[in-house]
Design a protein around this ligand. Structure first.
Ligand code: GLN
Length: 491
């Protein structure tokens, strides 16, 4: 598509790449346009923790110089933002926490390094729930992010700064991380595309750990084609991450055009139960009909243990978090309390001051379920149920190629609505957590509006099925224009 006449901030990554290669504009111009958008709109949205304007313009100039010198790299000079969970050399990396408020990373995460190596220009670091624990972005030390569709509402979490920035056209794309739904749920709540790859597909090196067996890096974009473009660069083996998998990286963008005729799509019986908002259910059913009209066949499948995924996750994730976050003790890492009386006082006060309420809740739960008397009853049991949930998916994928359903049970909720009730907040991820427990790839694509608020269609595939997820999502976007809808105040 040629969009020579459109304002630069409205273009997708793919359109920017085309424009740059044609010489319609420079990387400096498009980077400047994004920085101007951030300056104009971020004060009301709070999507950014750090904006790296000078570094971005310098990187854009370097990209323009390379292009002038004959470099034709597709990603060269494309601007995007990174979630503030990824270490960025020389730039503050806070993880949304007071604990790391003054932490400047000494090295780049692999994801950041690979994207920069391909020519990506980093615009800044996006706001997030503290240590990625949350579904609404309200646990951030830097304050909540506002949803561009309705600023009284949450943009989802924990990658809510990334989702809000992409939805409001401040940036064409941003990285995110997904431990239980933190890419897909905020994408659904902001009308953007969210891709969580297979566990091990993208390196976790330099991504601050929350729950290491569940965490995975991915992206939030406006089109599926853009997600495919970015995944192609981010994916691949990294010897610095022991769980990264050595498997060739397909050309994701190349496979998008293939038809989904004959694709077997599973509809999970348990997905359309009483917990799902009626408007969301309607939008998702219409989306399924679109897939059917493009040749996909719909079959019902069962995930009998799905309702156990949230309780299982809230044992496994806190257990791993309590272990991972022990390094923030004011000595090795993180905020240090003033004038400690002794070492014990230093540990206690550094952690009491550095961590917020949700993080403390998780550390306490995690320490409890790992303690000698309760390990078997909680942690071990949760690991067994995790296996059952994985087995459910494996069995379902014997009959279907993909599973499709809602990403989130409701559209965006009001800020403050769920903060007093952690369990209601946790239930937000009921449809997404299963994929993390089983290590599967998931994709959320915008599929409707309910009372002016976006709804997401969730696709989950077998391990390493990113290509079919992306192809299905892209074919859906060829038929629909939900992903092109823009919140009123941000046109
Ligand atoms: N909302 C979930 C939680 O609070 C998932 C977060 C995530 O994926 N990082 O843990």
């Amino acid at each position: 598509m040629t969009d020579a006449g459109s304002p630069l901030h409205t273009l997708t990554l793919t359109q920017i790449a085309d424009g740059l290669s044609r010489g319609d504009f420079s990387s400096r111009e498009v980077t400047r346009a994004c920085l101007d958008r951030i300056a104009a709109h971020d004060p009301a949205l709070n999507a950014f923790i750090t904006v790296t304007a000078d570094e971005a313009l310098a990187a854009a100039d370097a990209a323009d110089a390379k292009r002038a010198g004959g470099d034709t790299g597709v990603m060269l000079g494309l601007p995007m933002a990174h979630k503030d969970i990824f270490c960025t050399r020389g730039v503050k990396t806070s993880c949304g926490s007071r604990m790391l408020d003054d932490f400047v990373a000494p090295y780049d995460a692999t994801v950041v390094e690979r994207l920069a190596g391909a020519g990506i220009v980093m615009l800044g670091k996006t706001n997030m729930d503290e240590f990625a624990m949350g579904s609404s972005n309200e646990s951030s030390f830097y304050g909540p992010v506002r949803n561009p569709w309705d600023r009284e509402r949450s943009p989802g979490g924990s990658s809510g700064g990334s989702s809000a920035a992409v939805a409001a056209r401040l940036v064409p794309a941003a990285t995110g991380t997904d431990t239980g739904g933190s890419i897909r749920q905020p994408a659904a709540l902001t009308g953007t595309v969210g891709l969580k790859p297979t566990y091990g597909r993208v390196s976790r090196y330099g991504m601050i750990a929350f729950a290491s067996s569940l965490d995975q890096a991915g992206v939030i974009t406006r089109s599926v084609a853009d997600a495919a473009l970015l995944l192609g660069v981010m994916a691949g083996f990294d010897e610095r991450d022991s769980t990264s998998i050595e498997q060739p990286v397909p050309d994701y963008a190349a496979g998008l055009g293939e038809s989904i005729d004959g694709l077997k799509v599973g509809i999970v019986r348990q997905h359309f139960d009483a917990g799902l908002d009626a408007g969301c259910a309607g939008a998702v059913r219409e989306a399924l009909a679109v897939l059917e009209s493009r040749g996909a066949t719909l079959t019902e499948v069962d995930l009998p243990n799905l309702d156990l995924s949230v309780p299982t996750y809230y044992v496994v994730a806190p257990a791993e978090c309590s272990s991972n976050l022990s390094r923030f003790d004011g000595v090795r890492f993180g905020h240090r309390a003033e004038d400690p009386a002794d070492l014990f006082d230093l540990y206690c006060r550094s952690r009491a001051e550095g961590f917020g309420a949700e993080v403390k809740r998780r550390i306490m739960t995690g320490t409890y379920v790992l303690s000698a008397g309760y390990y078997d009853a909680y942690y071990l049991k949760a690991q067994q149920v995790r296996q059952l949930i994985s087995d459910d998916f494996r069995q379902a994928f014997e009959h279907v190629d993909l599973i499709a359903g809602p990403t989130s049970p409701t559209p965006a909720f009001r800020l403050g609505d769920k903060t007093d009730d952690p369990v209601t907040m946790y239930l937000n991820d009921i449809y997404t957590i299963g994929a993390n427990l089983a290590g599967l790839p998931g994709l959320s694509v915008p599929c409707g509006l309910v009372d002016g608020l976006p709804v997401g269609l969730h696709l989950v595939g077998p391990h390493f099925a990113e290509q079919s997820l992306l192809r299905c999502g892209h074919q859906y976007q060829l038929e629909t224009d939900w992903h092109r809808r823009c919140p009123n105040d941000y046109r």
